[in-house]
Design a protein around this ligand. Structure first.
Ligand SMILES: NC(=O)c1ccc[n+]([C@@H]2O[C@H](COP(=O)([O-])OP(=O)(O)OC[C@H]3O[C@@H](n4cnc5c(N)ncnc54)[C@H](OP(=O)(O)O)[C@@H]3O)[C@@H](O)[C@H]2O)c1
Length: 513
């Protein structure tokens, strides 16, 4: 998958049909979505729940209850049906659609209204009687972060958060979880004063992606990779989360977030933990989370010299002229928000000591790609010197493409056919689409199902979130003090030169350049 590859060898997907896993169907329950009139609910959550319904993975006795401020009782269910249809993979004649839409309910309250919460409690209890949902609740906070703690505390105050033995209560919290270490600690303390950690599901939709989960299967479900997955064989690791789009009209949100808070501290660090963790002793939540936490805690503090940040100016993306970040709607014309961030870190443990990890994330880059690149050390002797076009030994590379064109590629040198020994780099490719067909899963399906089942393996937990904030907070503080001469990269490029310097000063370069 790296752009420099000269030849492609597609591995024929001789996929043996795996025996189906036993179906995991949750208990009867209500999914209660706060912020239900927002974009996330219609575009992602309802389509995901409906795909679960199509796969017979929802309980028979089930309801979705939307909660928001405006009175949308008459329009909410049809509006969600519209979202489900637009989400794809379903048409109006689908026999499962009407029974599902009949179970979409709506309740209007302001989030700070105690009387409203008391009425909500009675409303949900009445629905239990009507629909047989037995008091089980999955609350989903699809709201701005400033509401997370308030809503949970109000749920607690009105007696809606206890696991009773006969019924369970769980809460999914959207990102971002805090904006720095102090705010993440405070949010943890606030919500843990009401909920047990096993009731809290901090969502990172990257962990719902098949390709991210497949990192663990690739490493621990195969015999041949793990023996070389260490400092003896790996030269360095790159993780890129590049977007070609800009901020899509979300100026105020992005001004406060930036690339580090939006992507690096959460999505990229989650992916890094899967790439770097030791094998857990089982795939149970506690075992996996413990190993992830060890990785983050083994990362040395990151000196600011090992970071770079950027902000895009005007440029061209896909042949179209695009404006710079400071010209975007509702963005400060002198904004210091970074739309690109890159850094180099080291994990000080037995497996990884001395292996640099280079991470980068940004908007308005040359193309949309999220990829993990494992670059291996060269063989000890250059036997074929003089037989490559540039007389260099190219390293072997494993690229794990998370999105788009999901798949894995192994790059290695091969003899070019002919009477001389010329070596050229080729790719052996595994493509998800070819091997398994396209999946409609958007990450939320798996995570909603897991939360209904009480399985927190693919969710962030409190200590882990604090561990990653402990790494990023000093960087953000140092950047704030320094100020930068933005913009410093053109839209449609691969970011500022300083990000390339992070590798070039060590004789390396980003693989996707
Ligand atoms: N959109 C995405 O694709 C996406 C992706 C990842 C994460 N997220 C996260 O998901 C969360 C929600 O995102 P969103 O885009 O869906 O948000 P949004 O479009 O801004 O929706 C906000 C919702 O909150 C409700 N609300 C706001 N103040 C309220 C109050 N005082 N009382 C009652 N309801 C109130 C609004 O209700 P009214 O309409 O009645 O005012 C609306 O339903 C955010 O934390 C975001 O960071 C979103």
């Amino acid at each position: 998958m790296p752009a420099s590859t000269k030849e492609e060898v597609n591995v024929s997907p001789n996929v043996a049909v795996a025996p189906p896993q036993p179906e995991r169907v949750p208990d009867p329950c209500q999914v209660v979505i706060f912020g239900a009139s927002g974009d996330l609910t219609k575009r992602k959550l309802l389509p995901a729940l409906y795909h679960l319904q199509q796969s017979n993975l929802l309980p028979q006795d089930f309801a979705v209850v939307g909660v928001a401020r405006r009175d949308l009782s008459a329009t909410f269910a049809p509006d969600m049906q519209d979202g489900i249809l637009k989400g794809g993979g379903v048409d109006n004649n689908d026999p499962k659609l009407k029974p599902f839409v009949d179970r979409i309910k709506y309740f209007a309250t302001n989030f700070d209204d105690d009387a409203g919460f008391e009425k909500l409690k009675s409303y949900l209890a009445d629905l239990d009687k009507e629909l047989g949902t037995r008091g089980n609740r999955l609350f989903y906070l699809a709201v701005a972060p400033e509401f997370f703690a308030d809503i949970i505390q109000r749920l607690g105050k009105h007696g809606m958060t206890q696991n009773t033995g006969d019924s369970w209560v769980r809460v999914i919290i959207e990102k971002p979880f805090g904006t720095d270490l102090d705010s993440a600690r405070k949010l943890n303390a606030d919500i843990q004063s009401v909920l047990g950690e096993n009731q809290i599901f901090r969502i990172d939709h990257y962990l719902g992606k098949e390709t991210v989960q497949n990192i663990l299967v690739f490493r621990f479900g195969n015999g041949i990779f793990e023996p070389i997955w260490n400092r003896n064989y790996i030269d360095h690791v790159e993780i890129t989360a590049a977007e070609s789009i800009g901020i899509e009209g979300r100026g105020p949100f992005y001004e406060a977030a930036g690339a580090t808070r939006d992507v690096l501290q959460n999505h990229v660090m989650e992916v890094l933990s899967f790439v770097a963790m030791e094998p857990p002793d089982s795939f149970a939540a506690d075992a996996v989370r413990a190993e992830k936490l060890k990785v983050w805690r083994a990362i040395e503090p990151i000196p600011v010299e090992n970071t770079s940040r950027g902000q895009y100016g005007p440029g061209q993306v896909d042949g179209q002229d695009v404006i710079g970040y400071r010209q975007e709607d509702r963005v400060n014309p002198e904004s210091q928000t970074e739309t690109f961030a890159a850094l180099r870190l080291e994990i000080e443990n037995w497996r990884w000591a001395g292996v640099p990890f280079y991470l980068r994330a940004g908007k308005r880059l040359a193309k949309r790609v999220t990829e993990v690149t494992i670059v291996f050390k060269n063989p000890p002797l250059h036997l074929f010197k003089g037989n490559t076009s540039d007389d260099k030994v190219e390293p072997n590379v494993i690229s794990m493409r998370i999105q788009p064109d999901e798949g894995i590629a192994l790059r290695f040198g091969a003899k070019v056919p002919g009477p001389t020994t010329n070596v050229r780099q080729v790719n052996m490719n595994f493509s998800y689409a070819q091997a398994f067909g396209k999946s409609s899963a958007n990450g939320y399906e798996r995570l909603l199902l897991d939360a209904m089942l009480g399985d927190g393996t693919l969710f962030a937990e409190g200590e882990g979130v604090e561990a990653t904030w402990a790494l990023f907070t000093p960087i953000l503080e140092a950047w704030k003090k320094q100020g930068m001469n933005f913009p410093n990269y053109a839209a449609g490029s691969w970011g500022p030169q300083a990000s390339c310097d992070l590798l070039e000063r060590e004789g390396r370069q980003w693989s996707s350049l």
